[in-house]
Ligand binder design. Structure first.
Ligand SMILES: *Cc1c(COP(=O)(O)O)cnc(C)c1O
Length: 415
């Protein structure tokens, strides 16, 4: 792990208004998630009474004298609006304030540069976000970091991989885009046996639906770009942990790397948090309804959503998730021509990357998010040309089903 820079220890304590729940764990723990997501950030602005934390669009902060300031010096290090988001996220996860970054990939970069050294080994889930794979396999490998990929849906495969020591184990559950689950408690045990930290990319679930730290994970990573902000409006990332030293190390690397969250994006993300539980409940119930419809459709070869009745890891899904989430993986009969026609024919589902927002989206992983995975590898991992990923939005589910019915009819005609 990188040693802390001396200057980082000076301004740990921000002179910001206390959040209504801060320092009062017993009060926070007694409140339900929806209440914490509204009251977990800082209280009203002390100078004006504004109920929302203002957007502090300022690069620098005037110091009273050398070494005396209010906890903020330069916004590449930290910014009051970003700090408010970090405290709100920490309150939801039951941790110290998060470390918020410019994008999800910036969070992954900060994580890796803070924890890895030349010669280190990383065990990476086989099915993960394409950018995570590229960072490790194409960039960090040049700095003598070794990456071994393992089927993270198989606890025995993880245990076998960790017989050799590693520094990090990075997994997603559900994985993007196949929705395979990782048994997080078993993964934590395997990682710790190999001397590694378990990092869970919890982007698909958000803190509303899954709490990896409770299963023994050491670090939770988010692309807040997705469901946490939830309106297709921002890019952002976050790292959370119960280990304050590790968080300080992330802060130090974020500052040096120059990858902080921006105040406006942080403000929009704070706003997104307030409806997170409502949105995730709606995404989940609509996705389940849509998946049940698709499961019965003759043009559909396979459909997956973790809470669907015949999902292979349904028991694990019930054990570690509070709901199924808004994502569906879908394979069509009729191969590439049918898929292309389907992607041309939806009207409410827009063909786009991103997920977890109000607008329903459809993605073709083989040519879009996972285009950099070699074709043979894609086939082996279940990311073939026939795979379609749906992000079920907040529209009325019956309208979404009608849209898919029309597109499936068109795709059937293309066979
Ligand atoms: C999108 C995504 C990322 C990367 O986040 P960006 O904000 O686009 O940089 C990482 N992990 C998962 C699971 C994602 O879906």
């Amino acid at each position: 792990m990188l040693p802390l820079l001396a200057s980082d220890t000076i301004h740990r304590r921000f002179e910001m208004p206390l959040t209504p729940l801060e320092g009062r764990a017993e009060l926070r723990d007694a409140l339900a998630f929806a209440t914490r997501s509204i009251h977990g950030g800082p209280g009203p602005d002390p100078t004006t009474g504004a109920i929302l934390t203002p957007i502090h669009q300022s690069t620098t902060y005037v110091q009273e004298e050398v070494g005396r300031h209010k906890g903020f010096t330069y916004s590449r290090d930290t910014n009051p609006t970003v700090a408010a988001l970090e405290r709100a996220l920490g309150s939801l996860e039951g941790t110290p304030p998060a470390v918020c970054t410019a994008t999800g990939m910036a969070a992954t970069s900060v994580l890796c540069l803070a924890t890895l050294e030349a010669g280190d080994r990383v065990v990476l889930g086989e099915v993960v976000y394409g950018g995570t794979f590229r960072l490790l396999a194409e960039i960090l490998s040049r700095f003598d970091v070794r990456v071994d990929r393992v089927d993270s849906s198989d606890p025995n495969a993880l245990r076998a991989a960790l017989r050799e020591p590693a520094r990090l184990v990075i997994v997603e559950s559900p994985a993007n885009p196949t929705l395979g689950l990782c048994d997080l408690a078993a993964a934590a045990e395997a990682a710790h046996a190999g001397g590694a930290l378990l990092v869970v990319d919890n982007t698909f679930m958000t803190p509303a639906l899954q709490s990896p730290l409770e299963f023994g994970a050491d670090v939770v990573l988010y692309s807040t770009t997705k469901s946490i902000e939830g309106h297709n409006a921002t890019l952002g990332g976050a790292l959370l942990s119960r280990d304050s030293d590790l968080l300080e190390c992330f802060r130090s690397v974020r500052k040096t790397l120059g990858a902080p969250q921006s105040p406006f994006e942080a403000w929009l993300t704070l706003r997104g948090l307030k409806t997170l539980e409502l949105r995730m409940a709606r995404h989940s119930s609509s996705a389940l309804q849509v998946a049940r419809y698709l499961a019965k459709h003759p043009s559909v070869a396979r459909v997956a959503n973790p809470f669907l009745e015949d999902f292979p890891q349904r028991e694990l899904a019930r054990r570690q998730q509070r709901d199924g989430g808004g994502m569906i993986a879908l394979e069509l009969e009729g191969g590439t021509p049918a898929v292309l026609e389907f992607l041309r024919s939806t009207r409410l589902f827009s063909l786009a990357e991103n997920l977890g927002a109000a607008e329903s989206l459809v993605t073709h992983p083989a040519t879009m998010t996972h285009g950099s995975v070699p074709p043979a590898e894609r086939e082996r991992l279940g990311l073939g040309d026939g795979l379609v990923r749906l992000s079920v939005g907040l529209e009325d589910p019956n309208d979404l089903i009608a849209d898919l019915a029309r597109a499936l009819a068109a795709a059937g005609g293309a066979r």
